[in-house]
Design a protein around this ligand. Structure first.
Ligand SMILES: *Cc1c(COP(=O)(O)O)cnc(C)c1O
Length: 373
């Protein structure tokens, strides 16, 4: 089977992990601090705070923004379920907004339709790596906290800068389904030094001084627990891998963009087929190469998934819609016609760094056969 995604590692990652093990300090320590600085610099943010995942990073972002019980947070339904779940972790209510079907992202206008007097924040997702138009959203919604779920968007660009540059706060994922992976892992980036300092305490049980800093300084002064925190730490084992992967990122993106362009050429003969792509204001890292089927496509999306599997191609349904899941039955939502169309008619095709042109030809041939083209 041709997999939908496969991480790309070399001997450098193995060597980096070996060095951490040899050092004897494997939990959050100097490698995490180094990875935070390097990652924040790569997205032109003032501060990086590593976390155990993007999910936990998003939860911290909501806490920093003061979101709590009684508040509503506007989120796209069209996203991985974690985007909605974190609102529940904070004790608040998610309100689902629709998306622009060309990008899969919230717009200033779709957010409007979901806002009420209780809206405290919006989570803007850069879905599948395609940047959302954040300037437009900021201009219309600067009276609420804007949190960017950039889980998929490492290396995507917005108006000639990296996605995340200029964000109030952005959260990133290093899960193996994303471009840059540490096994599991996440990060907050922000320009606000107070938010960064509080996030560092909150991710480590609310401790006033981190264990790593106490160790480095040799201090014997007892730490204080200033508020209830969490264990959302990343380990130095993960950060060591992240530092190597971050150096690989330009090469990973170049390869994905070349393969995506090749898919677009190979599939150009299918009338009405839409595919993920760049927008007029930014570029995608093609973390997901999704295609959406036209109404007259000879088979349904689910039939096409089976057809592809029978031909050795492991595709996936397109991005899920949280409001259709039992966990979110009855949750408030705006009208979601574009969300329902895109989630029901799209699928994600295999795309990974080591994919060969022959493998890609096999995938494209199968899709073309299904289309009768
Ligand atoms: C993957 C993903 C997440 C969750 O990331 P984890 O690091 O696995 O917690 C959140 N939001 C979006 C949009 C994602 O794609």
């Amino acid at each position: 089977m041709i997999p939908v995604m496969r991480p790309w590692f070399g001997p450098e990652e193995q060597a980096a992990v070996g060095e951490v093990i040899a050092s004897g300090w494997v939990a959050q320590g100097p490698r995490v601090a180094e990875f935070e600085r390097a990652y924040a610099a790569s997205v032109q943010a003032g501060h990086g705070v590593a976390a155990s995942s993007c999910t936990t990073a998003l939860h911290l972002a909501l806490v920093l923004a003061g979101v709590g019980p009684g508040d509503e947070v506007v989120v796209p339904s069209l996203s991985f379920i974690a985007t909605a779940n974190v609102v529940r972790y904070a004790g608040a209510t998610p309100v689902f907004a629709d998306i622009d079907p060309a990008t899969g992202n919230l717009t200033a206008k779709t957010i409007d339709a979901a806002r009420t007097a209780r809206t405290r924040a919006v989570i803007i997702v850069h879905q599948g790596g395609v940047p959302a138009d954040v300037d437009d959203i900021r201009a219309a919604h600067d009276d609420v906290a804007l949190i960017e779920d950039a889980a998929c968007a490492a290396g995507s660009t917005y108006r000639d800068r990296p996605v995340g540059a200029g964000a109030n706060i952005a959260a990133w994922s290093f899960h193996p389904r994303k471009l840059l992976t540490t096994g599991e892992g996440g990060m907050i980036t922000t320009d606000d030094p107070e938010w960064a300092a509080r996030a560092r305490r909150l991710r480590e049980h609310g401790m006033s001084v981190s264990a790593a800093d106490r160790h480095a300084s040799g201090s014997t002064a007892p730490e204080e627990y200033t508020e209830v925190g969490y264990n959302y730490r990343m380990t130095d084992l993960q950060a060591a891998v992240g530092l190597v992967q971050l150096r690989r990122l330009p090469e990973l993106i170049a390869r994905r963009r070349a393969l995506a362009a090749r898919y677009q050429e190979l599939l150009a003969g299918i009338p009405g087929l839409t595919t993920a792509g760049d927008t007029e204001y930014g570029t995608t890292n093609y973390q997901s190469f999704w295609i959406a089927l036209p109404a007259d496509f000879p088979m349904s999306r689910n039939e096409l998934l089976t057809f592809l599997a029978e031909r050795g191609v492991s595709a996936r349904r397109g991005i899920m819609a949280a409001h259709l899941e039992p966990a979110y039955a009855g949750v408030p939502a705006a009208e979601l016609p574009h969300t329902e169309w895109l989630t029901g008619n799209s699928l994600i095709l295999p795309l990974f760094h080591a994919m060969t042109e022959a493998e890609q030809d096999q995938v494209a041939a199968a899709v073309l056969a299904a289309a009768g083209a």
